[in-house]
Structure formats: structure tokens, C-alpha cells
Design a binder for this molecule. Structure first.
Ligand code: FPP
Length: 265
């Protein structure tokens, strides 16, 4: 049977193959495409929004666990610039979720020393969502533990276009020499530019629900990220699966385009 599902077979094997080691390298920045809320709900004959509500509980579990493992940045794709195309009821629900999430979870985030950040076109969010986001960022701004970075009304191509416009303006006001444009300048103007440069790019990108695509997420920042795809739907994702993803990362051979030491001999 598994013969017909080579990808699924791969992940089942991967789970058994690698043991999570908490004393080995923990990725500093993990990014997650939280997919499969709708299918989780449909499988239970529930409205799609029930999947988003359950997905919010998973966000709480994974945030706590990632922070306790020593992850420094956790970036979660909560709403894309394309998600406005969904039915109004679902969009309204998704815009209320951050309000409920921050209202119920900020005290715990403060206890965990987690700092909240939201990146995306925040000015286009409804006022109540913007207010909740601003409140959570303000209430956690002095925390110096893990950064919980929500991508909310975020799209990577739009982000790159915005960055290019800023770079153009900056270069034009400083004499117009295009040779001053380099990777660092572009990275400074992306929405991850608020992070220290060594933390801007996720080392590990996880996508749930069996889909294996990037969906306009962090296109610049994932140049050297390791990918981990799991069939688990987001509401079913849990601490143990996060450890499985990290265990897989710990067993990857990251060469960044170079060679291994022995290969250079
Ligand atoms: C994708 O599943 C999920 C989303 C578009 C929303 C993600 C939101 C959460 C996980 C809730 C937590 C958010 C906050 C801000 C606390 P889908 O609806 O595309 O699922 P499907 O592919 O099965 O239809």
C-alpha cells in the first residue's frame, strides 16, 4: 500500500529513524506553514472555523514547547495576502482569532518570557485586530526570550516589492549609486529586518497537512532553510511532531553550497 504513497512512506520512516536530541543543535529560527485546519474540521463534519479554533490551541502548545526547547524565533503563517479571497464569515473569524488568542494567552507568554511580533500589512487589518496586535506587542516588548512572530496579512512577493521601493528611495537619497545595493541592504528592508541578521532566515521550515509547497512565504529568507513536510493536519500537530521535525533537521547535512570537510581533501 505504501508503495503508492512514496512521500508518506518517507515521513513514516523518518519518524522512526531519528531520535530527537535536546542537547544537539536546536534550530534558532523555525517557520511554520500551519495548514489543514479546514480539512481537520471537515473530517469531523464541523464548520471550517472549528478547525481554526482548534488550530489556535495548537499554536499555544507549539509556542510553549518551542520556547522551552530554546528556539529563538518562531514565525507562524497565520493569514496570507491571498486569504482575503475566502468567504467573509471565515475571514471575519480569522480576524477575530488574534484578539481571542492574545486576550487569553498573553499572561502565559509573559510567564514564558516570549515577545510577540507581527509582520505583514497590519494597516489593512480590521481595527479590532490591529488593536489586539499592538496591545500584545506592547505588553510583551520587555520579554527577551523567544520571539513569536506572526505573519498576518503577509505575502512574500508583496514584501519584496515593498522592500525594493524602500531600497530605491534610500539609494536615490544617497547619490543613486546602484553598487551600494547588496543582499544585506535588501534583507534590512524585508519584514524580517527587525530581527538581528543571524536570526532573519529560518533554519527549519515546517508545513503541515501533506501539501509540499511554499505558498508565497518567506521566499527570500528560505534560500538555505531545511524543509520538513508532515501529513499531520495543523490541529493534530503536537510537541512530539515538533521534536520529530527538529530530529530530522539535526540529521541533515547542511553545506550551504560548499563541500563537506572530507570532500575538500
Ligand atoms: C490554513 O488551513 C490555515 C489558515 C489559513 C489559518 C491559520 C490560523 C491558525 C492556525 C489559527 C491561529 C492563529 C492565530 C493568530 C493565533 P486551511 O484553512 O487552508 O486548511 P485546509 O487546507 O484544510 O482547507
Amino acid at each position: 500500500m505504501l508503495r503508492f504513497f512514496p512521500q508518506k512512506n518517507k515521513y513514516i520512516q523518518e519518524k522512526g529513524k531519528f531520535e530527537f536530541q535536546s542537547d544537539q543543535m536546536i534550530p534558532k529560527h523555525i517557520a511554520i506553514i500551519m495548514d489543514g485546519n479546514g480539512r481537520w474540521a471537515q473530517n469531523r463534519r464541523l464548520p471550517r472555523v472549528a478547525g481554526h479554533k482548534e488550530g489556535m490551541e495548537t499554536v499555544k502548545k507549539i509556542t510553549k514547547h518551542a520556547s522551552q526547547l530554546g528556539v529563538e524565533v518562531l514565525t507562524l503563517y497565520a493569514f496570507s495576502t491571498e486569504n482575503w479571497k475566502r468567504p467573509t464569515d471565515e475571514v471575519d473569524f480569522l480576524m477575530q482569532l488574534p484578539v481571542d488568542f492574545f486576550d487569553t494567552f498573553v499572561p502565559e507568554l509573559i510567564k514564558e518570557n516570549v515577545q510577540v511580533h507581527v509582520m505583514g500589512y497590519k494597516e489593512l487589518l480590521p481595527k479590532h485586530t490591529q488593536d489586539a496586535v499592538e496591545r500584545a506587542m506592547e505588553q510583551t516588548k520587555d520579554n527577551d526570550g523567544m520571539i513569536l512572530n506572526f505573519a498576518l496579512n503577509y505575502g512574500s512577493r508583496a514584501e519584496i516589492v515593498s522592500a525594493m521601493k524602500e531600497v530605491y528611495q534610500e539609494v536615490a537619497t544617497h547619490g543613486g549609486d546602484v553598487e551600494t545595493i547588496d543582499e544585506e541592504l535588501i534583507a534590512d528592508h524585508l519584514m524580517t529586518g527587525f530581527l538581528p541578521s543571524e536570526l532573519r532566515d529560518p533554519e527549519l521550515l515546517i508545513r503541515t497537512s501533506g501539501e509540499e509547497r511554499i505558498s508565497n512565504f518567506l521566499l527570500w529568507q528560505i534560500a538555505y532553510s531545511e524543509f520538513f513536510f508532515t501529513d499531520a493536519l495543523w490541529p493534530d500537530f503536537n510537541e512530539s511532531l515538533l521534536e520529530t521535525a527538529i530530529a530530522s533537521f539535526q540529521n541533515r547535512n547542511r553545506r550551504f553550497g560548499g563541500l563537506e570537510k572530507e570532500e575538500t581533501k
